[in-house]
Write a protein of this length. Structure first.
Length: 367
């Protein structure tokens, strides 16, 4: 059987190591320009970065490489060391990149020279391994981790309902609901190399999948600090550094088996049944042996029924204490039905005004 020696791998298969010097691919295919050891000179006056050939990056099988599916473009930066081969053999004009090579840089960039980042950005550190600091957990802490520790929120107050005494009634007190505080959980980071798998973008977006035994967690963060973290015990902490919008086009249901505290620094509004459909009620049910406590420290408590009836059904006693005036304005009729005895104690005058005054009883005593 005859063989075509021009087929890749049968003739002059040449490998290379090199440094990425440009990734601004005009075709936006994820290509980069690489200066290769042993083939290209370091002297940029002889071979400028602009004259280097474009290198094609071979993607992993987790990226389809078609129609934008998978991860794109490739994540190489100027200064990255790469390994690959030339598809065109000894012509060395069609480089293919198989992967990147992390190391331990002994110096920072020299932009005027070849084999360095022309922008002078990478490497960020010298005499330090290229593995992410969050994965290493060594003597050099990651800035984002230090900021998270410094910005941890503690001592958040909850509602504190005062004890209220209702004198001259059998139920003499409204029980207090003692307020307390809660704090953001401590940062659970406790990674051990090589079990924390870290992805960090250039601007500082971070993903961590930490498989450290006993400290397994997931962390994902925007560069501003907006993030979520799942701790080893399954606790999830969400932090929103800006505004938070939650839009649901279907149902939303939530189950909280434990306690729930909500502390709001600004106003709070709830709008139910915005479209005016039938039977979209706002129902609140409190189980046995618990109270509803509403306290306004300074201000008014307003209940307004614009079109309907205000109904109250109390199976026990109805106690009310007013330290100021009690004003009742009834534009229709006022009816009272008392099955037992009605007692009124007035320390000053009693004034009744009307066109007629009718009293009907089997017996009337005037003292």
């Amino acid at each position: 059987m005859s063989r075509d020696n021009n087929f890749l791998g049968f003739n002059d298969f040449i490998w290379f190591n090199g440094v990425v010097e440009d990734r601004q691919d005009p075709q936006k295919l994820g290509r980069v320009k690489v200066r290769t050891l042993g083939i290209h000179t370091q002297d940029k006056t002889v071979l400028p970065t602009a004259d280097l050939p474009w290198s094609q990056c071979i993607l992993p099988v987790t990226s389809a490489g078609i129609s934008g599916l998978g991860q794109s473009p490739s994540f190489l930066v100027e200064g990255s060391w790469v390994f690959g081969y030339f598809r065109d053999g000894t012509d060395c004009q069609e480089p293919m990149i198989l992967g990147s090579l992390p190391g331990k840089p002994s110096e920072l960039s020299s932009p005027s020279k070849g084999f360095y980042d022309p922008n002078g950005i990478y490497p960020r550190y010298k005499d330090e391994v290229d593995v992410n600091r969050l994965a290493v957990n060594g003597s050099q802490p990651h800035l984002s981790l230090e900021l998270r520790k410094l910005s941890r929120v503690t001592g958040i107050p909850t509602a504190d309902f005062d004890l209220v005494s209702l004198q001259d009634h059998e139920a003499t007190e409204i029980a207090a609901s003692d307020g307390d505080t809660w704090s953001q959980p401590t940062i659970p980071y406790n990674a051990t190399y090589p079990y924390n798998h870290v992805y960090e973008s250039e601007s500082g977006h971070i993903k961590e999948y930490d498989d450290t035994k006993g400290s397994e967690r997931i962390y994902e963060a925007h560069r501003t600090g907006t993030s979520y973290e799942i701790s080893p015990d399954g606790t999830q902490t969400d932090i929103i550094k800006g505004d938070h919008y939650n839009i649901v086009y279907g149902k939303r249901q939530a189950l909280i088996e434990g306690k729930s505290d909500l502390t709001i620094g600004g106003r709070h509004k709830i709008y139910i049944n915005k479209d005016g459909a039938l039977d979209n009620h706002y129902d609140i049910q409190i189980g046995p042996n618990a109270n509803i406590n509403i306290q306004v420290d300074k201000g008014n408590l307003n209940l307004v029924v614009k079109d309907g009836t205000f109904n109250t059904n109390v199976n026990g006693d109805y106690n009310m204490k007013v330290n100021g005036n009690y004003n009742l304005d009834v534009r229709g009729n006022l009816s009272e039905t008392v099955s037992g005895t009605k007692t009124s104690n007035v320390t000053k005058a009693v004034n009744h005004r009307g066109q007629t005054f009718t009293v009907t009883a089997n017996r009337i005593d005037l003292n």
